[in-house]
Ligand binder design. Structure first.
Ligand code: CA2
Length: 146
């Protein structure tokens, strides 16, 4: 059994009641439950941390080194500019999957660039809640292939 770390960035704790056209109506708690069920199907456990603070997410990535087999991360708006999170992910040698509920490429221009995309193994965007299942499935398959 391996541990998959799911990280949620700023404002994702607000999911469920606002902006449903972009993010759907699923709450973060429900998304985590879906991700956890998917991990369990592959015999893995899933840990989750949500933070509105960049440094907390960086610390969590550091603490995952040598302990977690994969990180699945929806860093929220930090995806578009946090080189600190990108550097921390680059130093994590497990599987890395970037995840977005919406399709940032179909939205405002400032969302078109993710500074994380270049340091991850794969990306799931635009599938709303289903993306959490897809991202964890992909992480589990990559863990199995290592
Ligand atoms: O599509 C995604 O998953 C995003 O990572 C969500 C971020 C956004 O900044 C990224 O560009 C794409 C936003 C997180 C949630 O923001 C909310 C704000 C108010 C109410 C509900 C959610």
């Amino acid at each position: 059994m391996a541990t998959i770390l799911l990280l949620s960035g700023p404002n994702l704790n607000l999911l469920g009641d606002r902006d449903p056209q972009h993010y759907g109506t699923t709450t973060l708690e429900e998304l985590v439950a879906l991700a956890r069920e998917t991990a369990a199907k592959h015999g893995h456990e899933l840990e989750h941390l949500q933070s509105n603070h960049e440094g907390v997410l960086v610390d969590a990535i550091h603490a995952a080194r040598g302990r977690c087999a994969a990180i699945v991360i929806n860093a929220g708006a930090l995806s578009h500019y946090s080189h600190a999170i990108a550097d921390a992910l680059a130093a994590f040698d497990g599987v890395k999957v970037e995840l977005h509920l919406s399709n940032p490429y179909a939205r405002e221009e400032w969302r078109h660039r993710s500074v994380l995309s270049g340091v991850v193994d794969g990306i799931a965007v635009g599938f709303r809640a289903t993306g959490y299942r897809i991202a964890v499935e992909a992480a589990a398959e990559m863990i199995a292939g290592r």
